[in-house]
Design a protein around this ligand. Structure first.
Ligand code: ADP
Length: 245
């Protein structure tokens, strides 16, 4: 059986987290949990949470920690994540969320947090050309569009420019990343569960690096045993931190 895992993927907006997390989810057969996709789903469904989230998201601001934590808590309480684990995309984004995640997982622990490192100039170029399926969240770009028009290859949904991918909101999100999310890199490094991988290059090249880093960590005994069903409890990384890849 393919072993599961409890993974967190960190990285700036445009580092490739969304694309790579889908690939990791298929490779390790673990659920992909993207808080951005979950929040966009709430907006589309017109829920109270969606209405609140949209206000923050359009400005490029973060959703309050307690709101995101309670949404993630519900998802982590489902059978698939309890038994196989998960790859978390866009969460945690603050130290308070990382502490909340540890509490949610206890007695289990996170196996690995992976920091995808990409220079800011490159993420700005990627974000300007990013497009997304508004139904399933699949990510495209003006240089790698869907096969037919702007219709999603995966689900037939409409592929659009995200409302919060405006220049102002992108700069706000990158600033918030430095203030709120970059400190998580040293937080996870201190916990001994961080590996940094370069996100420069083709999606296939980056996936190969990620899988190699995860498999190395597992071989070195860094992963906890898989949980039997029902036992779960309720500034940028330095370049010299790249795991020799
Ligand atoms: P990006 O990484 O480009 O910002 P996401 O899809 O991950 O895109 O997130 C879009 C928006 O959703 C964020 O700007 C923020 O408003 C909100 N969001 C997503 N995840 C979180 C989180 N963990 N905490 C707070 N807000 C979040």
């Amino acid at each position: 059986m393919i072993p599961g895992g409890r993974l967190v993927v960190l990285g700036k907006q445009g580092a490739g987290k969304g694309t790579q997390c889908v690939r990791l989810s298929h490779h390790y057969v673990i659920p992909h949990i993207s808080t951005g996709d979950m929040l966009r789903g709430e907006i589309k469904a017109g829920t109270a949470l969606g209405l609140e989230a949209k206000r923050h998201m359009d400005e490029g601001d973060l959703i309050p920690d307690e709101v995101v934590l309670s949404m993630v808590a519900k998802r982590l309480d489902q059978d698939d994540t309890r038994t196989r684990g998960f790859v978390l995309d866009g969460f945690p984004r603050t130290v308070a969320q990382a502490e909340g995640l540890d509490d949610l997982l206890r007695p289990a622990v996170l196996d690995l947090s992976i920091n995808i490192v990409v220079p800011t100039q490159l993420v700005l170029r990627r974000l300007a050309s990013r497009r997304i399926c508004e139904d399933c969240g699949t990510i495209y770009s003006t240089v790698a569009p869907p096969r037919v028009g702007w219709i999603c290859d995966v689900c037939g949904g409409e592929v659009v420019h995200r409302e919060d991918d405006t220049e102002a909101a992108i700069h706000r999100r990158l600033d918030l990343y430095e203030q709120e999310t970059a400190p998580l890199i040293s937080w996870y490094r201190r916990a001994g569960t961080l590996v940094s991988v370069s996100g420069v290059g083709s999606p296939d090249a980056v996936s190969d690096r990620l899988v190699a880093a995860i498999d190395d960590h597992r071989r070195a005994g860094g992963f906890g045993p898989p949980l039997p069903a029902g036992e779960a409890g309720a500034g940028e990384g330095d370049r010299d931190d790249l795991a020799g890849r």
